[in-house]
Design a protein around this ligand. Structure first.
Ligand SMILES: Nc1ncnc2c1ncn2[C@@H]1O[C@H](COP(=O)(O)OP(=O)(O)OP(=O)(O)O)[C@@H](O)[C@H]1O
Ligand SMILES: [Mg+2]
Length: 368
């Protein structure tokens, strides 16, 4: 079990004071909050039972889930008959964007609703926080420069995100694990609805190279979401198990995982029911986000700058990022995509697989 070590405990205390501060902010905004932020009834029942010291029927039935807390997308699964069953979220999707948005009127949006409003609320909408979680501010400079929101250091030098839509009384900042806590909370609510029972425990996957601080911060995210126990599993091990690998058979396996934010390669030794990570490699700063950024850069250099469009506007940057990702995904199934930008009197860019692959993505492909 990876509960918080001293350094993480301090951060957890800091997080808790944040939660208290934000709770007072939240209570004044309660009516305006979206229902998805409230604990589902079954969760409230279990919490009430725990507070009264009684072991409720709900607590007895409490189930365990597996959570993939990804840089761009997250997912949750329960186990039925020994088999993992992916759980659809409140929007009916099996994946939930790892995005949290704080609106000016005090609501907290999580997942697709948060992603949809990112372009109009870029400074208070947080994505890719997995790149920041459990890290020092000094170590996230490169990532922070590419984000639409701003990142600062707390008094101990840990990275925090600045949230203008949090009232000044609530400090206006959040730890990355608090942001992730909202994502985990949404997944848990979906899992509880799906399973019809409370979820008190979870296994969360993290990259094999995550440091202790990053792992502990991930555990903290789970605890913030209300989990009483969180175990950590390494992503390549989870991938190997999901692939159906026979852990009894002696074999050496290489796992490639090109995700939203990272490209991870792991060498596994399997046998006797044990899967061991022998070594990890890859690139912690290479993922689908970089392909989106490459398209965004191309739009700026080839189409917007020549039309003298101010490309420093955060709303435009967020819009271009979304347009870049949509174009990239479309190019997986189509030869050509038209990107329309409602700036500079209306600008259209045509991207085909041909320039996309060799010209835009060559430097990225070389890194694979
Ligand atoms: N059809 C598609 N074609 C190309 N890219 C896609 C497609 N569907 C999703 N993607 C991209 O895959 C990436 C997300 O992958 P995934 O969900 O595995 O990442 P993640 O688990 O969030 O990240 P990580 O594992 O690095 O933490 C995003 O960049 C997304 O744009
Ligand atoms: Mg992943």
């Amino acid at each position: 079990m990876h509960f918080a070590a001293p350094a993480a405990s301090q951060r957890w205390h800091a997080c808790k004071s944040w939660m208290v501060a934000r709770a007072s902010h939240a209570s004044s905004q309660q009516a305006a909050r979206s229902t998805q932020q409230r604990p589902p009834p079954v969760r409230r029942r279990a919490a009430a039972a725990a507070a009264s010291g009684e072991e409720s029927e709900a607590a007895v039935l409490s189930c365990v889930v597996g959570i993939d807390l990804g840089t761009t997308n997250s997912a949750v699964a329960t186990v039925e008959g020994g088999q993992p069953v992916p759980v659809p979220n409140q929007e009916g999707s099996l994946t939930t964007p790892s995005v949290v948005g704080f609106t000016a009127d005090g609501r907290v949006l999580v997942g697709a609703p948060a992603k949809r409003q990112a372009a109009v609320n870029p400074k208070s909408t947080f994505y890719s926080v997995k790149r920041l979680i459990g890290k020092d501010y000094e170590d996230v400079q490169q990532d922070a420069a590419r984000l639409a929101y701003s990142v600062s250091a707390d008094e101990d030098g840990f990275a925090v995100v600045d949230c203008p839509n949090l009232e000044a009384g609530a400090g206006g900042q959040l730890y990355p694990e608090e942001v992730s806590g909202y994502v985990v909370g949404k997944l848990l609510a979906a899992a509880e609805e799906f399973a019809g029972q409370p979820v008190g425990k979870a296994v969360i996957s993290v990259p094999a190279y995550f440091t202790d601080a990053q792992r502990e911060a991930t555990v903290t995210a789970g605890r913030i979401a209300g989990l009483e126990a969180v175990r950590i599993i390494r992503e390549p091990v989870a991938a190997a198990l999901a692939y159906g690998l026979d852990a009894q058979k002696d074999q050496t396996v290489l796992v490639f995982d090109l995700g939203g934010g990272t490209f991870d390669v792991s060498l596994l030794e399997v046998g006797g029911g044990v899967i061991e990570v022998l070594s990890t490699g890859g690139d912690a700063n290479l993922g689908g986000d970089d392909w989106d950024a490459a398209i965004m850069q191309w739009l700026v250099e080839e189409h917007l700058k020549p039309a003298r469009v101010d490309c420093t506007d955060p709303r435009l940057v967020a819009n271009l990022r979304a347009a870049g990702e949509a174009a990239k995904i479309k190019l997986s199934s189509e030869e050509r995509v038209v990107i329309r930008m409602p700036v500079g009197g209306g600008i259209e860019a045509v991207l085909t697989r041909q320039p996309f692959s060799p010209v835009l993505c060559c430097p990225l492909r070389h890194r694979l």
